[in-house]
Design a protein around this ligand. Structure first.
Ligand code: AMP
Length: 304
């Protein structure tokens, strides 16, 4: 029984008000895989890199993540993304997107991944997400999908097709408004849940996340942090922590989803503390447990 994550594996160059990096390892699949690996020990990643990725693949291996599904294209160049954050750290400009080998990505599922019960379809073209679902021998127990406004602009019909086949959708508040045509997030959630997903998570960055499903709503805070060095990958770390927790717990219901959101938020809070994937490579389980307690205290109160 495994958790399979499909997502970009990349080189990033990041600039924030606190500093600047040259090419470092990034990619949504990388952030999500690392985050999930702290909660569940059978994490398997599907992606594509160029030969230039080289020994960086050890970042996965050192966390016990299986990489047979990361195709290495001989002579190819890995996906490259460069971004610059504004002073508020909430908005960023994309300075470069070089698709390279990701442009022809055709996800292949190794036989050793066919035991997939938990599937995270990272933010890639909806067609790649559909192809991945089609190539699995069995329907996973839980499918979580992450997407973004770009796919709503250029591939809305494909996106609607894949939404009918998933269990949980994660998007941010602006994307929820765009997809539903509703400004109220409560109304937006109603519209989006009618499109197929059983649960919807609306991410609101430093303001936390909302979970909708089973006729209920849960609001999770984000941990107020004194220093945010680099928000890159926070959404992916959130998704990885979320599905990693559910893979560990094994029972899917609203209450466990609430806990999963807190785990996702905790992993995201670590992710932003250092540049790139650095913090997600060096975490200890007791640090995660302490942070979960902080989340509990943050929003706990007692009525007289
Ligand atoms: P996030 O901060 O959650 O949006 O994720 C950032 C990560 O997404 C970076 O590490 C990038 O390598 C990756 N990324 C950026 N643009 C794309 C894209 N068009 N397709 C796939 N991955 C991307």
């Amino acid at each position: 029984m495994s958790l399979v994550i499909v997502g970009s594996v990349a080189f990033d160059a990041i600039e924030t008000p606190f500093g600047k990096t040259d090419k470092i390892v990034g990619g949504a699949g990388t952030y999500a895989g690392l985050a999930a690996s702290y909660l569940f020990d059978q994490v398997k990643v599907i992606g594509v890199v160029g030969e230039d990725f080289g020994a960086n693949i050890d970042i996965f291996k050192s966390r016990g993540i299986q990489t047979e599904g990361i195709e290495i294209i001989p002579g190819g160049k890995s996906f490259f993304w460069a971004g610059k954050y504004h002073n508020d750290m909430n908005s960023r400009d994309t300075l470069a997107t070089e698709l390279n080998v990701l442009g022809d990505f055709d996800p292949k599922i190794p036989a050793s991944y066919q035991d997939c019960e938990y599937l995270l379809l990272g933010n890639l073209t909806p067609q790649i997400q559909i192809d991945t679902l089609n190539r699995l021998d069995n329907k996973p127990k839980l499918v979580v999908l992450d997407t973004m406004n770009f796919w709503m602009d250029v591939a809305l019909e494909d996106l609607k097709t894949v939404l009918k086949r998933i269990d949980v959708l994660t998007i941010n508040d602006a994307e929820a408004r765009q997809l539903s045509g509703e400004y109220s997030l409560v109304k937006a959630a109603e519209v989006i849940l009618a499109m197929g997903p059983k649960y919807l998570i609306i991410k609101k960055g430093e303001h936390g996340a909302l979970l909708f499903g089973e006729g209920q709503i849960f609001a999770a805070p984000a941990l107020p942090l004194a220093d945010v060095f680099d928000p890159t990958g926070a959404g992916d770390a959130f998704a990885g922590g979320f599905i990693g927790y559910l893979a560990k717990i094994k029972t899917i219901n609203f209450n466990n989803m609430k806990n999963a959101i807190i785990y996702g938020s905790a992993l995201a809070s670590f992710c932003v503390e250092k540049f790139g994937t650095e913090r997600l490579q060096e975490l200890h389980k007791d640090e995660i447990a302490d942070r979960i307690k902080q989340f509990v205290h943050l929003s706990q109160f007692q009525l007289d």
